[in-house]
Design a protein around this ligand. Structure first.
Ligand code: ATP
Ligand code: MG
Length: 332
C-alpha cells in the first residue's frame, strides 16, 4: 500500500526558507509516490490570533500560492482548508477527553511558544490544546507519514498516544499510528541566528522576497563574533551563514573549501555573504515569479482550495464517524 501523508501549515504569514528546506521540498518529491494531503490549518492559526483574525484569513491564499510556486501540484496532492472540514473539529472534541492538561503543559514546543508569546496568565485554551487538533488532522486522513520540521516531533508523539487510547477504547484498530519524516535541515535558524525561523518571530526570508530584501537580510546575519579581522581564523560551527550555505548552495565542494579557508583565516565574511545572497536570489527568483502569477488570480486559487477541500471531506467524516462509534455515540 502506498504511504499516506498528511502535513500542513498555519496561514499566519507567507511561507519561508525554513518551510522550504524543512518540509516543502519533501512534499514535492513525495507527491508522485504517495497519497498526499496538505492542510492549510487556519483554525490552528487562530489559536494565537483570536483577536487578530485577519492575520489568518488574509494569508490563506498566500500560503496556497507558495505551495503552487514551489511545485506542489493540486492534481497530485489534495490541498484543503481546515475550517472547511468540520469533522476535524469534531475529532478534536473527542480526543480532548483523552489528553490531560498537564500532558499539554509538558509539550516542549508549546512551552517554548507560550514563553515567547508572553501570554502571561492569559494562555488561550485553544492554544494550549492545539496539539490535540493536530492529532485530529493527522488521524482523520489515516496518515502514516508526516513530513515536518523537528519542532513538530512532540505533536507526533502526542498523536500516537491519542491513537493508542482511542484504539483501546474502541477495542480495535480504528486509527493508525504515524511517524515523522525529517529533512536534512529540520530546523533552519532565523536570520537572527537565534531561534528557529518562524513566521511569528519576524526572523524570516519569505519565499516571495525580492533580490534587495534577500541581500539586506543576508547582510545583517551574524557570522562568528570572534572573526574580527579577515586574517583571523573563523568558526564554522554555529555560524549561521555557513548553515545557510550548507542548506542552499548547490555546490557542496565549494562550500567545503570555503569552510577550510575560513577556519584557516583570510576569508572575509563579505565574500561568504555575497555567495549566499547569489544562491538565495537564484533559488527564489523563479518561485517569486510563479507566486506572483498565482496571486494575480485569486478566483483560480479559490477554485483549487474548494476542490481540494471537497475531495478531503468524505475521508474526514468517515474517521469522525468511527471515533464517535468507538465512544458509543453513534446513536443518530
Ligand atoms: P508560526 O510562527 O505561525 O508557528 P511557523 O513559521 O512556525 O509559523 P508553521 O506553519 O508553524 O510555521 O510550520 C509548518 C511546518 O513547517 C511544520 O512542519 C514545521 O515543522 C515546519 N517548519 C517551520 N519552520 C521551520 C524551520 N525554521 N525549519 C524547518 N522546518 C520548519
Ligand atoms: Mg510554528
Amino acid at each position: 500500500m502506498s504511504q499516506k501523508i498528511l502535513t500542513g501549515d498555519r496561514p499566519t504569514g507567507s511561507l519561508h526558507l525554513g518551510h522550504y528546506v524543512g518540509s516543502l521540498t519533501q512534499r514535492v518529491a513525495l507527491q508522485d509516490t504517495s497519497s498526499q494531503t496538505i492542510l492549510i490549518a487556519d483554525m490552528q492559526g487562530l489559536t494565537d490570533n483570536g483577536h487578530t483574525p485577519a492575520k489568518v484569513s488574509g494569508n490563506i491564499l498566500n500560503v496556497l500560492a507558495d505551495y503552487l510556486a514551489v511545485g506542489i501540484d493540486p492534481d497530485r496532492t489534495v490541498i484543503c482548508l481546515q475550517s472547511g472540514l468540520p469533522a476535524l473539529a469534531e475529532l478534536t472534541m473527542y480526543y480532548a477527553n483523552l489528553v490531560t492538561v498537564s500532558r499539554l503543559q509538558r509539550n516542549p514546543t508549546v512551552k517554548a511558544e507560550i514563553a515567547g508569546k508572553q501570554f502571561g496568565a492569559s494562555i488561550p485554551a485553544g492554544f494550549l490544546s492545539y496539539p490535540i487538533s493536530q492529532a485530529a488532522d493527522i488521524t482523520a486522513f489515516r496518515a502514516d507519514l508526516v513530513p515536518v520540521g523537528d519542532d513538530q516531533l512532540p505533536m507526533i508523539e502526542l498523536t500516537n498516544e491519542v491513537v493508542r487510547k482511542v484504539n483501546q477504547v474502541a477495542g480495535s484498530e480504528v486509527l493508525v499510528e504515524c511517524r515523522p519524516l525529517l529533512s536534512k535541515v529540520s530546523r533552519l535558524p532565523g536570520v537572527d541566528g537565534k531561534a528557529k525561523m518562524s513566521k511569528s518571530l519576524g526572523n524570516v526570508i519569505s519565499l516571495g522576497s525580492g533580490d534587495a530584501e534577500i541581500e539586506g537580510a543576508v547582510k545583517k546575519m551574524y557570522t562568528d563574533p570572534n572573526h574580527l579581522r579577515i586574517e583571523d581564523p573563523g568558526s564554522v560551527e554555529g555560524n549561521v551563514v555557513f548553515t545557510y550555505l550548507d542548506a542552499f548552495c548547490p555546490d557542496e565542494a565549494l562550500v567545503a573549501s570555503l569552510k577550510e579557508d575560513y577556519r584557516r583565516g583570510g576569508l572575509a565574511d563579505s565574500k561568504l555573504k555575497s555567495l549566499l545572497t547569489e544562491c538565495l536570489q537564484e533559488l527564489l527568483a523563479p518561485i517569486r515569479r510563479r507566486r506572483a502569477r498565482f496571486l494575480a488570480d485569486p478566483a483560480g486559487l479559490m477554485n483549487i482550495l474548494r476542490a481540494g477541500t471537497e475531495k478531503a471531506r468524505a475521508e474526514t467524516e468517515e474517521t469522525a464517524q468511527k471515533v464517535k462509534a468507538a465512544f458509543g455515540l453513534d446513536l443518530l
